[in-house]
Design a protein around this ligand. Structure first.
Ligand code: ATP
Ligand code: MG
Ligand code: FE
Length: 343
């Protein structure tokens, strides 16, 4: 089976081809960062319009990269949700049109399931069951994964997502959107001793997260300490250390609680090297192995959609004719792959 994956949930147009026999055959990405940077955040209408222009040329580029023709496709997968409604509709419409033309099955994929499965594309994939930390622009979740489609959410953010906290703090420090990677670079020049920000919700039991108080602490600090270059770097360092340490505490707790031997860290914030290094140490101390997607597959991409699509399409799952996109879609609604799981 050769599956074309189409990701258009937010501000990246990602296309990829995955085959059972040969793995990932091609992947292409267009990021709209420059378009939205002018506005300091994603403008949904601009995102939809840009996806419309990019998606077919990128699909064609994938076919060329893999040396395949449209007729070689035997399945199409697209991101059904969660995400921006208009942006999701672009991917869904193109996917269904292509599938109709090719007379092959099509399936809408849950974006966070795809993030969670992204490390499966690496040479040494994690074994089920595993614990997954999903840290992206819109989500912060700790998920116990028994198998594909069998997810138990153990904890999540009660307010801002981790990536959102990075982006808002970066904005506060005058860094261009999206601030996560820029804040990480700035933090490298920062003094870890100068500011100690709170580690939210670590002083009580449970696996939920909260980042809005941390953001407020940063706002107050910047107001008092000013914004000279060194102070900015010191604030960036203090903020990043607080996020990383909070995650480390929760992960240690979750590993102890579940006895999991494998930890997956996925989503855009998983690209953060300080977080990677710290969680590797925590996992090792608990006797667990940690798996990450390659950096390019931490943030949004088509490869993870093609892979998740392949897993489900190969099990006989496909969309009915009347499905719609799901801008909000709780992960707990997912089921193990198979014909009966079709949405
Ligand atoms: P969701 O997947 O929840 O719908 P999203 O798709 O927008 O949200 P991703 O593409 O997975 O999120 O990740 C983007 C987020 O990751 C942004 O908030 C970005 O700032 C953050 N991010 C990317 N690289 C880094 C980094 N090195 N350090 C910290 N944050 C980062
Ligand atoms: Mg994005
Ligand atoms: Fe994402």
């Amino acid at each position: 089976m050769t599956v074309l994956g189409i990701e258009t949930s937010c501000d990246e147009t990602g296309l990829a081809l995955y085959s059972a026999a040969d793995g990932l055959l091609a992947h292409q990405l267009h990021s709209q960062v420059d378009t939205h940077a002018l506005y300091g955040g994603v403008v949904p209408e601009l995102a939809s319009r840009d996806h419309i222009q990019r998606v077919l040329p990128l699909a064609q580029a994938c076919l060329e990269e893999a040396g395949l023709q449209r007729g070689d496709l035997t399945g199409i997968a697209y991101t059904r949700g969660p995400g921006l409604a208009g942006a999701l509709l672009v991917g869904a419409s193109v996917a269904r049109s292509l599938a109709w033309a090719m007379n092959c099955p099509v399936l809408g994929i849950h974006h966070m399931e795809a993030h969670l499965l992204a490390p499966m594309l690496e040479p040494d994939p994690p074994a089920f069951p595993f614990l997954a930390l999903l840290v992206s622009g819109g989500h912060t979740m700790l998920v116990q994964v028994a198998a594909i489609g069998r997810y138990e959410v153990l904890g999540e953010s009660v307010d801002d997502a981790a990536g959102e906290a990075f982006d808002k703090t970066a904005k506060l420090l005058g860094l261009p959107y999206p601030g996560g990677p820029q804040l990480e670079a700035l933090a490298r020049q920062g003094d870890p001793q100068r500011f100690r920000f709170p580690r939210p919700m670590t002083d009580r039991p449970g696996l939920d997260f909260s980042f809005s108080g941390l953001k407020t602490a940063v706002v107050n600090t910047v107001r008092e300490a000013g914004t000279d270059a060194q102070t900015q770097a010191d604030v960036a360092r203090g903020f990043q250390d607080a996020v990383v340490e909070t995650m480390a505490i929760k992960i240690r707790r979750a590993l102890k609680h579940t006895g999991a031997r494998h930890l997956v860290v996925a989503g855009g914030v998983g690209a953060n090297q300080a977080l990677r290094d710290r969680l590797r140490d925590v996992a090792e101390a608990e006797g667990a192995q940690v798996a990450y997607p390659r950096l390019a597959f931490c943030t949004d991409n088509g490869a993870m959609i093609a892979y998740a699509g392949h897993c489900r399409l190969a099990a006989g799952e496909q969309d009915r004719d009347d499905v719609d996109v799901r801008p909000r879609w709780p992960m707990s609604e997912l089921q193990a792959p198979g014909p009966a799981a079709a949405p």
